[in-house]
Design a protein around this ligand. Sequence first.
Ligand SMILES: NC(=O)c1ccc[n+]([C@@H]2O[C@H](COP(=O)([O-])OP(=O)(O)OC[C@H]3O[C@@H](n4cnc5c(N)ncnc54)[C@H](OP(=O)(O)O)[C@@H]3O)[C@@H](O)[C@H]2O)c1
Length: 395
Amino acid sequence: MKVGFVGLGNLGKAIVDRMISQGINLYVYNRAVEKAKNYNHFLDPNELFYNSDVIFIIIRDSKAVEELLFKRIEPQNIENKIIVDMTTNSYSFVKKFYQKVRELNGYYFEAPLLGSIPAANTGSLVMLISGDKSRLKLIEHIIETFTKKFYYFDNIGEPTKLKLLNNFALAGILQSIMETITIGENMGIRKDLILEILSNGAGRSYFLEVKKEKILNEDFSPQFSIELLHKDLNYFFELINDFHLYSHILEPTNKILERAVNLNHGSLDISGVYLVLKKNIFNDERFIKGLELLRTGDYFEAHEVLEDLWREMPVENKYRNFIKGIIQICAGYYKHIEQRNPNGARNIFINAKNYLSKYLEENQVIDVKKVIANIEKIIGMIDKNEDISSFKIIE
Ligand SMILES: NC(=O)c1ccc[n+]([C@@H]2O[C@H](COP(=O)([O-])OP(=O)(O)OC[C@H]3O[C@@H](n4cnc5c(N)ncnc54)[C@H](OP(=O)(O)O)[C@@H]3O)[C@@H](O)[C@H]2O)c1
């Protein structure tokens, strides 16, 4: 069989290298041509499809697969081809792909993978696969070069359901272990010791086994990137919505990944969520940004950014009302300057003072005693009808 391969991303490249090392002759196509240069490659995916009997695909997401199969590839190049799509897809898309390829007289296999680069390197990935069973026989020997096991399912969509369930579990395990480590470190315990104890205790898991060294050395070069796990959780959300189901941990888990993406950590390995979780309130990017906006007089934005942080803090968090106090300062300025409501502003500044007076000893980032004295001054200015716009409560 003539073998084609599309997608030389982190996992795709590792699979191709493994297949070649096991004696498979293949041609590749990758959108960014530089990644394909060291392999037998085609510049046009149509040529790859035309010249192959079976085409393995592993690209970013369902939109990319849709674009490739139904916009770039000409319909006649799909006819009679076996297409093994190892991308982690959206459940609804995968059923469409199967149908559309069938209509073009091709054979679509939905074939998501469990495992990452280390498993690809040793040929021990696990594949969940569904599609035409008789055609599968023709390609089993190729699949076996990079998998230790594959599970066949009669119903299209089942592999994707299970793959997304698996990645939901991965996200939960990832965050529980990473948060345990960062909380432990913030309490003054050495990271290597925490990892050692977790490995011998409740944290013992495949995840910790493969990521321990990366976490220890803070080597967040990607094996499986944060943005891809974020994508998968969004697919999982769509899936459970379809089944009218609800998850208690999906939202907070996904939020951490979203924050990592917003901080430009999306291309890092999933273990890189460490960088987000390591933060405490005072080095959280929203706290820093909120204070900066307050200092420069962008009260509305400062309020929004700090409120986002506040909403995420559990009610029992010691600093929740501290943040609330600063939010009230932003709101007080906004009420006075933008809404021209001095009485309303006065009440809000009093609230700010009440919240912050519980933190008189706090002077890590802000000298609270000084801030309270400044709030009293500003209330005095409001009472005397003075302009408060250039007076800074927090310098
Ligand atoms: N990495 C893992 O450990 C792992 C494990 C299981 C499943 N998966 C799944 O496998 C897939 C690939 O993962 P990866 O880690 O290899 O991803 P990656 O490193 O981010 O690479 C993405 C690949 O998709 C290609 N691509 C993106 N958009 C495209 C488009 N519109 N048209 C054509 N090609 C496009 C990229 O081409 P360019 O080079 O041109 O950008 C690149 O080859 C994802 O669905 C992921 O969820 C990954």
